[in-house]
Design a protein around this ligand. Structure first.
Ligand SMILES: *[C@@H]1O[C@H](CO)[C@@H](O)[C@H](O)[C@H]1NC(C)=O
Ligand SMILES: *[C@@H]1O[C@H](CO)[C@@H](O)[C@H](O)[C@H]1NC(C)=O
Ligand SMILES: *[C@@H]1O[C@H](CO)[C@@H](O)[C@H](O)[C@H]1NC(C)=O
Length: 479
């Protein structure tokens, strides 16, 4: 059922609450076919190495051979020399998972043979070429209770259609015997072993690797991001999509977010290997978390104003437009305390990210004994826009503020014309407040990336309600 029809069907029924509370993700990761192809290259190279380490059991038995009678045979010290997977393809299958098809794989192995018949014993060695190996693996992705991804192989089949034996020995019928045994028994063993190895590699390596997804990313001593999966990853016909919570939270005290993520209308782009959709929910929970953690409070003192700014934060300067200052607090240093009465609420649209924060600026005079006298409280608002980029696997940004509007909320030194203070506030904002905020935003916030993944060829685009990031990935091998 589409969102529209759910909404319509739900019009009258409170029952539908259960339906509509299905959580939308705050953050979506999409791996396109290009990304799956890259992942497959890496995974197949690793699987090739694993398969070459297959251990094969000895094979023995009795067989009746025409004109010879009962023959006891033994194949031992079977050793795979190599295993090649030259052609493979990975395809997302809607609602099922990922289908890995490997074709025309081939392997070479050798071993010893031994036969006993009548009173005769003979032995030698053999080489074996196994060709036209077809392997089909279904990978199913899921999520566990902690929101980490899981992966399993509900289905695997291996089929060998050609086996060529080369053996040392003089007896012609031996060739036929071994060919038959190898055809039937060794082939079966190999087919089973291949799938066992695949299942083990998926469990031991692939699963271990995908579980490096940082479902809780600690950002600093106050804030974390919750990147846990809200549902098992979804295969569509063209991609693998992972819906993540995408929520910032205060480490000290996590409170429920008073609004829900809106659905993200992901475009059908597929040039990049991976796309990230960061919803307005993601950014707004950042605002709430930082606000609640008290991280949006700044003090501005003289010491913080850059030396090259011709501006003294003292009552002599401000008494030019607040006469009472001169009488009550003559020539005293001042301090501003900047805070947000409510968490900033931002909107993401095709034009970018913007918000109109309301900021309180409380001015104080500082007595020689360092105690503070509250002077006045200003309320500031203005249009803030953000420039976003991705660097070193992190979303980085910087803010730009349009014209700032001032109003006087409270004063202990009489009323005055706030517009006289406009240019002073502009200077403080551009010289001190913004550079501090931007320095923090420039450190950025981690994207939900698996271990040892580097991003390149970054695309940044704003959509209705979310920020779309695209990138190609590179896996950095260890060491
Ligand atoms: C206040 O600023 C004025 C003008 O820059 C300066 O002459 C004065 O010395 C300053 N006073 C204090 C206490 O910093
Ligand atoms: C600091 O000095 C001011 C002004 O002289 C005075 O009113 C205030 O009580 C003093 N505060 C303390 C803690 O001594
Ligand atoms: C912010 O921008 C909107 C539309 O872009 C405009 O209507 C509004 O006046 C601006 N606010 C300020 C404080 O500049």
């Amino acid at each position: 059922m589409g969102m529209q029809s759910v909404a319509v069907a739900c019009g009258a029924l409170a029952l539908c609450l259960a339906l509509t509370t299905a959580t939308n993700p705050g953050f979506v990761v999409r791996i396109t076919q290009a990304g799956l192809d890259y992942a497959q290259e890496q995974a197949i190279a690793s699987l090739e190495k694993k398969l070459a380490q297959l251990k094969l059991p000895d094979i023995s038995g009795d067989s009746r051979v025409l004109r010879v009678g009962k023959v006891h045979y033994e194949l031992s010290r079977l050793r795979l020399r190599d295993f090649h997977l030259p052609y493979s393809r990975i395809t997302p299958i809607s609602n099922k998972g990922l289908q890995v098809s490997i074709s025309n794989a081939f392997a070479e192995l050798d071993g010893d043979w031994r036969v006993k018949f009548l009173f005769i014993r003979d032995h030698g060695s053999f080489d074996l070429k196994v060709e036209n190996i077809y392997i089909k693996i279904l990978l199913r992705l899921g999520s566990d209770t902690t929101g980490k991804p899981t992966i399993s192989t509900p289905d695997c089949s291996a089929h060998i259609s050609k086996v060529r034996v080369l053996f040392s020995g003089k007896l012609g019928w031996l060739y036929n015997l071994f060919h038959r045994v190898i055809e039937s028994r060794l082939r079966k063993i190999l087919e089973d072993k291949v799938c066992d190895k695949v299942a083990m590699s998926v469990y031991n390596e692939l699963q271990t690797y995908i579980r490096t997804l940082p479902v809780t990313a600690r950002i600093d001593d106050k804030i974390g991001i919750d990147y846990s999966l809200v549902a098992p990853p979804r295969a569509t016909t063209k991609s693998l999509d992972a819906d993540l919570k995408g929520e910032f939270y205060s480490l000290a005290h996590r409170s429920p977010v008073p609004f829900s993520p809106l659905p993200l209308a992901f475009p059908s782009d597929h040039e990049r290997m991976v796309y990230f959709g960061a919803s307005s929910y993601f950014f707004n929970t950042a605002g709430i978390a930082y606000h609640e953690a008290g991280a949006l409070v700044f003090e501005i003192t003289q010491a913080m104003i850059p030396k090259d700014v011709e501006f003294k934060l003292n009552t002599s300067v401000f008494s030019a437009f607040i006469p009472q200052l001169e009488e009550k607090y003559p020539n005293m240093p001042m301090k501003f305390r900047v805070s947000t009465p409510t968490a900033p609420f931002l909107t993401v649209g095709e034009g970018g990210i913007s918000f109109q924060p309301i900021v309180d600026v409380q001015a104080y005079a500082i007595f020689p004994n360092s105690s503070l006298a509250p002077l006045f409280l200003l309320s500031l608002t203005g249009n803030v826009s953000a420039v976003i980029n991705v660097r070193s696997g992190r979303i980085v940004g910087s803010l730009d503020v349009g014209r700032i509007r001032l109003s006087l909320k409270d004063s202990a030194v009489g009323t005055f014309q706030v517009r006289m203070m406009q240019s002073l506030i502009n200077i403080l904002t551009s010289s001190t407040l913004l550079p501090r905020l931007n320095a923090r935003l420039d450190e950025g916030f981690p994207l939900p990336l698996l271990d040892r993944i580097q991003l390149s060829n970054i695309l940044v685009r704003f959509q209705q309600n979310f920020l779309l990031l695209g990138a190609d990935v590179r896996f950095q091998p260890r060491g």
